[in-house]
Write a protein that binds this ligand. Structure first.
Ligand SMILES: Cc1cc2nc3c(=O)[nH]c(=O)nc-3n(C[C@H](O)[C@H](O)[C@H](O)COP(=O)(O)O)c2cc1C
Length: 350
């Protein structure tokens, strides 16, 4: 059924259909009878799926990755599809338009997306004005990053501003230093540039009564040396976890024709081709941290079995984005049912 709908939706430019879908879901969410119906068809609850990660209770381990609800004004409508958490953003202190359009493309043969959105978002105040009026139905993460025009030396100010604005409204924060589609993409990731940002936020956090976990989202394109350094930084600084990982700037092992890959152009690639890299990152980080650091796996989850494999390999939670687009509204339910079944079977064998 979704395959048919998908073939119609895929006739449109990805960003257009994404914006239309988000508006439509927000509209449906306002009709009292609709959200319970969506939940009836798309939610799956089972106590074996529940877990506590960095002090937050999650009904299930499957979350929506950053970039889908960029403005933080649609998370409840999207959570109806069975997500255990939703990560909004990435947000910047001021609204920004992002890169020129078109900036998002499908590589259907690879079940992938190439995007160079450039962190288009309506800014933190817009998100707050929505959140103040709507109680969230699941934990909300907030991905924050530096504004396009902000100099690298001042990046910490942007992070501080968004952090302070959003602190009372969300459950955890993600520092997005790994977006490949922005002006300062490579220097954003330099540890010399990340360290002052982390220090400032940790200093700020002490002032608050309530604790908000802070995670770092890394790129899948990093080498071993950088990865070791970033793991050390996270452990020593006292950050609460790592998200592995963002989209890749690489174009390896693709089945799509050379011309369609070239037509899509530069940008971050997400979806199926990312999966092996995500799995190896999760295994490596788990090994290096003896399983003591929470990891959120993100990248290329296209089947329920892959989500389970990531959890078994050391991820505490799993985020999806492209898999949701390609597999449809009941994908989260399918994943959660699969995980619950496996966990129950394992328990019964003990
Ligand atoms: C269109 C699009 C926009 C995205 N925007 C963001 C963003 O603003 N911030 C961020 O941290 N990640 C962003 N991402 C990356 C996703 O959060 C996710 O890490 C990545 O797509 C890999 O997961 P997937 O293969 O399940 O899509 C974006 C991804 C896509 C496809």
């Amino acid at each position: 059924m979704y395959k048919l709908l998908r073939s119609i939706l895929f006739l449109w430019q990805p960003e257009k259909i994404h914006d239309f879908t988000v508006h439509f879901l927000k509209f449906l969410d306002k009709i009292p009878i609709i959200p319970p119906i969506i939940r009836l068809f798309c939610n799956y609850r089972n106590p074996v799926l529940e877990r506590d990660v960095f002090g937050i209770r999650f009904q299930n381990p499957i979350g929506l990755a950053a970039g889908f609800d960029k403005n933080g004004d649609a998370f409840n409508a999207i959570a109806n599809f069975g997500f255990g958490f939703v990560e909004i953003g990435s947000l910047t202190p001021q609204p920004q338009d992002g890169n020129p359009k078109p900036r998002c493309f499908r590589l259907t043969k690879d079940q992938a997306i190439v995007n160079r959105m450039g962190i288009n978002n309506k800014g933190v105040r817009h998100a707050i004005s929505y959140i103040q009026k709507h109680r969230n139905s699941c934990p909300i993460g907030c991905s924050i990053t530096k504004g396009r025009e902000t100099a690298m030396a001042d990046a910490y100010k942007d992070y501080e501003l968004s952090f302070e604005y959003m602190y009372d409204y969300v459950d955890y924060f993600v520092l997005n230093v790994s977006c490949p589609n922005v002006k300062d993409a490579s220097s954003n990731q330099n540890l010399e540039n990340i360290t002052p940002i982390i220090d400032k936020l940790l200093e700020l956090r002490i002032m608050y009564d309530d604790y908000r976990p802070i995670l770092l989202k890394i790129s899948p394109d990093v080498d071993r040396e950088y990865l070791d350094d970033v793991i050390n930084l996270v452990l020593i600084s006292g950050l609460d976890g790592i998200i592995a990982a963002n989209t890749t700037a690489k174009r390896e092992n693709l089945r799509s024709s050379k011309s369609s890959v070239e037509k899509a152009g530069n940008g971050g690639l997400s979806g199926k081709p990312l999966y092996d890299r995500t799995l190896s990152l999760v295994k490596y980080i788990r090994h290096k941290t003896n399983g003591h650091l929470p990891i959120i796996a993100s990248g290329g989850v296209m089947t329920p079995a892959q989500a389970l494999e990531l959890l078994d390999s050391g991820a505490s939670l799993v985020e999806i984005y492209t898999g949701f687009i390609y597999n449809g509204p009941r994908f989260v339910k399918k994943i959660n049912k699969h995980i619950a079944k496996a966990l129950i079977e394992r328990k019964s064998q003990l």
